[in-house]
Design a binder for this molecule. Structure first.
Ligand code: R5P
Length: 313
């Protein structure tokens, strides 16, 4: 494959720059603005004919983030790029991934179709809300996990007597994977009920948290309801310090306050979605770990047509 170029929109400029630092190359030039009426306007500022183009963009709200990605892919496609890879650290609209009640969309499938229709040849993404979303694409998808980032960090901190907890049954596989990589630690699972979207309560903690430090692992924290309820339930069961790790800090506005006031000792998130510090929303308990090296490695290996299976675990 010819030359490699990395472009980005406005959703994760810091992560895109960090990826380019890892790759030891400049971020390619693109204008991603708005017309006066608010429509997204895109122009790639460099030749991409025959180039191996990687477009780094997370698709968290507003929908302009998704639209920027689609228009950048379209621009690269119409400019005869050799290959276009959409690098989507956070794949938004993934929570509606099945028709589990009448008259609801499957937004994850629709967004997958849009990305392929725009002209992407392949997708790299991280910690999809559900593994099967890979199958919603008819183009190759490299689905990476941010697990090594948190495992390395916890090994550095060195906490003994730790138990890994999934905040709901759906997260059991993720918790099991992290527990195995941290040296076959015990896992616990919380039974959560969700009576309505954005509302959750705990019915039971399965596993032995009494007298232990706990690391709760989740893919997304949105309202913070799941994690705060889990923390209360674990404290009632006698847990010591409670840490939390989540890959995608969606963090709806009130989540910051909830986390700050919660019984959590620390919450680790990655930079697939920027925190809302610019809007004055923050919590001293949140620490950001970067996935730039992981994504940088994936981009390099895909560009060189090397196996990336070592990154898929
Ligand atoms: C649920 O299936 C996810 O893994 C998260 O637990 C959920 O999205 C968190 O949402 P919230 O923070 O609003 O409870």
């Amino acid at each position: 494959m010819n030359e490699l170029k990395v472009f980005t929109g406005n959703s994760i400029p810091v992560l895109a720059k960090r990826i380019c630092e890892y790759l030891d190359m400049p971020l390619s030039q693109a204008t991603v603005n708005k017309f006066v009426d608010g429509e997204v306007q895109v122009k790639l500022g460099e030749n991409v004919r025959g180039v191996d183009v990687f477009i780094v963009q997370s698709t968290y709200p507003p929908a302009e983030n998704l639209f920027e990605l689609l228009l950048m892919i379209d621009a690269a496609h119409r400019a005869s790029a050799g290959r276009i890879t959409a690098v989507i650290p956070y794949f938004g609209y993934s929570r509606q991934d099945k028709k589990n009640e009448p008259r609801v969309p499957i937004s994850a499938k629709l967004v997958a179709n849009l990305i392929a229709t725009a002209g992407a040849d392949r997708v790299v993404t991280l910690d999809l809300h559900a593994d099967q979303i890979q199958g919603f694409f008819d183009i190759p998808v490299d689905h990476l996990y941010a697990t090594p980032v948190i495992v390395e960090h916890f090994k550095e901190i060195g906490i003994d007597n730790l138990i890994i907890v999934a905040p709901d049954v759906g997260g059991a596989k993720r918790a099991e994977g992290i527990a195995r990589r941290m040296g076959d630690l015990q896992i616990g699972i919380i039974n959560k009920r969700r009576p309505a979207p954005d509302q959750a309560y705990v019915t039971k903690v399965v596993g032995e948290a009494n007298g232990k430090d706990v690391l709760i692992v989740d893919d997304i924290i949105s309202t913070g309801g799941t994690i705060v309820n889990a923390t209360v339930a674990l404290k009632q069961d006698g847990a010591n310090r409670i840490y939390c790790y989540c890959t995608h800090p969606v963090l709806a506005d009130t989540a910051y306050e909830k986390i700050e006031k919660s019984l959590l000792s620390k919450m680790f998130v990655t930079d697939t979605i920027p925190l809302k510090c610019a809007r004055g929303l923050t919590s001293s308990k949140i620490e950001v770990l970067s996935v730039s090296n992981l994504l940088g490695k994936a981009i390099l290996q895909i560009h060189r047509s090397e196996s990336i299976s070592s990154l898929l675990i």
